[in-house]
Design a protein around this ligand. Structure first.
Ligand SMILES: Nc1ncnc2c1ncn2[C@@H]1O[C@H](COP(=O)(O)OP(=O)(O)O)[C@@H](O)[C@H]1O
Ligand SMILES: [Mg+2]
Length: 375
């Protein structure tokens, strides 16, 4: 039997667990034309959730568009990527769809290209400087217009939406806000994973998107549910887990979707030779899991200043520390409070640390144990 635990890109079907409450709430919001802002750190399951929800409401008759803005690194690229996403949502590129596309964005020039496997797709050519400005309103109105024509509700999901803060100016941001405001029949979902940038977009009173939707933070999976899914999946492979082992898996991965899947994936591979899983196996596999993630953590560490590294190492050995207090600074030879203040700010902006209530936490729950192990 194939390993039922999947980690990496988004998951669907059997590998997608729970999120029942979120699916219901989001579906309701979409049918009501409500705009929703979904934030979580990376690998909490935003993309998996939104794709699952879009598939559900599409079957209920909603016109759905999913756009990944991660590759949309300039505003010109945004136009191209959004135009492509909207066209894709209209159907396979036939002459009839081509006519619709031409009517919806008259200033862009569509062409149909055939990919390797014979899959046809739209691409858009335009002279960026002159056409960009003129094509933007058409493009941003396209889904609304199409939904009215078809007498449908519509939903557009912008994944990694914080990327628009990197554009040369705020033209796209402003135009989007102005245009979207009048679209009662379209629900816009904004998803983001970089807290610092995403927060700026929606929490700064001077920015166009301030207070422009309902916030829906995405947390970890409920522990009882995680245990249920893990138990079921192992049972399908005729592997029984004791209550203690299940609790240990749940406790250590803490309902973090990605790490739960990764840990269980490794555990599953281990018991291929019919071995029963013990608590010791779980502990050993947690170590293996950290090893597998090493590359990711090394890359993060490489990009930091020495003071930032020192602060992270100190925090990993004293998780609830008051990081600006003299005893902490001197115990770990961290230098002045002002340089730590700067280092801390940099780590927040890089989405490595976060503030929770009164103390500082690592955004990635396994970064700290990895750092400790590395010492
Ligand atoms: N609902 C879920 N059930 C089970 N695993 C999940 C779920 N959501 C996410 N995951 C795990 O997290 C990984 C990353 O999910 P993804 O949707 O790409 O997260 P994000 O978009 O927030 O970065 C998946 O490969 C999977 O291992
Ligand atoms: Mg994602």
């Amino acid at each position: 039997m194939k390993n039922p635990f999947v980690y990496g890109e988004e998951v669907t079907g059997d590998a997608f667990w729970n999120r029942t409450k979120e699916i219901q709430e989001l579906s309701r919001d979409i049918h009501n034309g409500q705009n929703v802002i979904i934030f979580s750190a990376r690998r909490y399951g935003k993309t998996s959730l939104i794709k699952t929800v879009l598939e559900k409401v599409r079957k209920e008759g909603v016109l759905t568009v999913y756009v990944d803005l991660y590759p949309a690194i300039t505003k010109e690229k945004f136009v191209e990527i959004y135009a492509k996403a909207v066209s894709r949502s209209l159907g396979k590129p036939t002459q009839r769809i081509l006519d619709t596309v031409k009517r919806l964005f008259p200033k862009l020039i569509p062409k149909i290209v055939i990919r390797g496997e014979g899959e046809a797709e739209f691409e858009f050519d335009y002279e960026p400087r002159s056409v960009f400005k003129a094509s933007l309103p058409d493009l941003l109105n396209a889904v609304h217009k199409r939904a009215l024509e078809e007498k449908k509700e519509a939903c557009v999901a912008f994944d990694e939406f914080q990327e628009i803060t990197n554009y040369a100016d705020d033209e796209v941001e402003k135009e989007m806000r102005t245009v979207f405001q009048s679209h009662r029949n379209v629900s816009y979902i904004f998803l983001g994973s970089k807290k610092h940038l995403f927060g700026k977009l929606f929490q700064d009173p001077n920015r166009p998107f301030y207070k422009s939707g309902k916030h829906m933070p995405l947390g970890r999976l409920p522990l009882s549910e995680v245990k249920k899914y893990v138990k079921e999946r192992f049972a399908q492979g005729k592997i029984k887990l004791t209550q203690e082992v299940l609790s240990l898996i749940g406790g250590r991965s803490g309902g973090h979707p990605y790490y739960t899947q990764l840990l269980c994936h490794i555990l599953w591979d281990e018991c291929l030779d019919g071995k029963e899983i013990s608590e010791k196996d779980v502990s050993q596999d947690l170590e293996k899991m950290l090893e597998r993630e090493s590359q990711v953590y090394e890359t993060i560490i490489d990009g930091l200043t020495q003071t930032q590294k020192n602060l992270l190492i100190a925090l990993s050995s004293e998780p609830k520390a008051q990081i600006f207090s003299s005893p902490f600074l001197s115990r770990f030879h961290l230098g002045s409070a002002s340089s730590i203040q700067r280092a801390f700010q940099g780590l927040i902006e890089r989405d490595i640390l976060d503030k929770e209530n009164d103390h500082v936490i690592f955004q990635d729950p396994f970064f700290s144990p990895w750092l400790q192990k590395r010492q």
